[in-house]
Design a protein around this ligand. Structure first.
Ligand SMILES: [Zn+2]
Length: 76
């Protein structure tokens, strides 16, 4: 289980990044909402999308899942 947060301030692209608690790029405590514990960043992403359709995965801490998605989509 990892603990995920959603930024409450948008980034330069107008998107709201999802971070796990360990991420060095996580916004400070006043600029993030706690999403909850999830098995991986994909689950956190699905949940965050319901709260904020402009939510995106952080390129730093959610990188592994992004890679997995690319690999799995290549098989289908
Ligand atoms: Zn991050």
């Amino acid at each position: 289980m990892k603990f995920f947060y959603l930024a409450t301030k948008n980034n330069n692209d107008g998107q709201f990044e999802i971070h796990d608690r360990e991420c060095p790029n996580i916004p400070n405590i006043l600029e993030r909402d706690y999403l909850g514990p999830f098995n991986n960043s994909m689950e956190a992403y699905r949940h965050a999308k319901l709260l904020n359709p402009a939510a995106v995965m952080c390129k730093n801490c959610c990188k592994e899942v992004r890679k997995t998605l690319v690999i799995s989509s290549a098989f289908y």
